[in-house]
Design a binder for this molecule. Structure first.
Ligand code: ATP
Length: 198
C-alpha cells in the first residue's frame, strides 16, 4: 500500500481545497516554520482515527477546522481524504482505497471508506495489522526513535506483535471476553430474579 494523494479542505491551514500528490520513493516537504508542514502529517493521523485533540496540537478537536485569518472567514467543517494505492491488496480487493473523515463545528463527525459511510471501528479494523493505522509506526515523530530504543521489553513486544499481525486477534479476544463478562452479570441477575419469584 502507498499513499498516493491527500485531499484536504478546511483542515487547519488548508482553507482552500488542496490535493497533495505523492510518487513512489521519497518525498520531502520543505517550507518555513509555521507554513503547515506538520499539518500534513496531522491530516494523515486524523483520517486514521486520532481521537486526541492534544495529539492534533489543539485544545479541542474542533480546533482542526480552519478558523479564519485576517482576510478569510473561518469554515464550518473540515474534511480530509487519503487516497491509497492498494494494488498489492493489503487492504482488501480494491486497487484504490479512499478513507475520508469529516468534522463539523457542532462536533458531528463522519467517516467514509470508498465514499460509503462507515464507523471509526471499520477504519481501525481495516488498518489493523497492515503496518498502517493511527498507532502503527508509519509516522515517526521527533523523539519517537529514542522512545523505541529505550522501550521496555513488554512495549517492544507490542511492536513486534503489531508487525507480526496478531493485534487484530488480541483486540477481538478482549472484545469477546468483555461480552462474556457482561453475559455472566446478566445471568446472575436473572438467577436473582428467579429466586425472588420462586
Ligand atoms: P514548524 O517547522 O515550525 O514545525 P510547520 O511548517 O510544521 O512548522 P505547522 O505546525 O504544520 O507548521 O503549521 C502551523 C500553522 O498552521 C500555523 O501558522 C497555524 O496558524 C496554522 N493553523 C493550525 N490550525 C489552524 C486552524 N484551525 N485554522 C487556521 N490555521 C491553522
Amino acid at each position: 500500500v502507498f499513499l498516493r494523494q491527500i485531499d484536504a479542505h478546511g483542515f487547519k491551514s488548508f482553507a482552500d481545497k488542496v490535493n497533495i500528490k505523492f510518487d513512489s520513493g521519497v518525498t520531502a516537504v520543505v517550507g518555513p516554520n509555521g507554513s503547515g508542514k506538520s499539518n500534513i502529517t496531522d491530516a494523515i493521523r486524523w483520517v486514521l482515527g486520532e481521537q486526541s485533540a492534544r495529539v492534533m496540537r489543539g485544545a479541542k478537536m474542533e480546533d482542526i477546522i480552519f478558523d479564519g485569518t485576517d482576510n478569510r472567514q473561518s469554515m464550518g467543517s473540515a474534511s480530509v481524504s487519503l487516497i491509497l494505492d492498494n494494488t498489492d491488496k493489503v487492504l482488501g480487493e480494491k486497487d484504490e482505497v479512499i478513507i475520508t473523515r469529516k468534522l463539523y463545528r457542532n462536533g458531528d463527525s463522519e467517516y467514509f471508506i470508498n465514499n460509503e459511510k462507515s464507523k471509526l471501528r471499520d477504519i481501525t479494523e481495516l488498518f489493523m495489522d497492515s503496518g498502517l493505522g493511527k498507532n502503527a509506526y508509519n509516522i515517526i515523530s521527533q523523539g519517537q526513535v529514542d522512545e523505541i530504543l529505550k522501550a521496555k521489553p513488554l512495549e517492544r513486544r507490542k511492536l513486534i506483535e503489531e508487525a507480526a499481525g496478531v493485534m487484530k486477534y488480541k483486540s477481538r479476544k478482549l472484545e469477546s471476553e468483555k461480552k462474556l463478562d457482561d453475559t455472566r452479570v446478566n445471568l446472575s441477575r436473572v438467577n436473582d430474579i428467579i429466586q425472588e419469584i420462586s
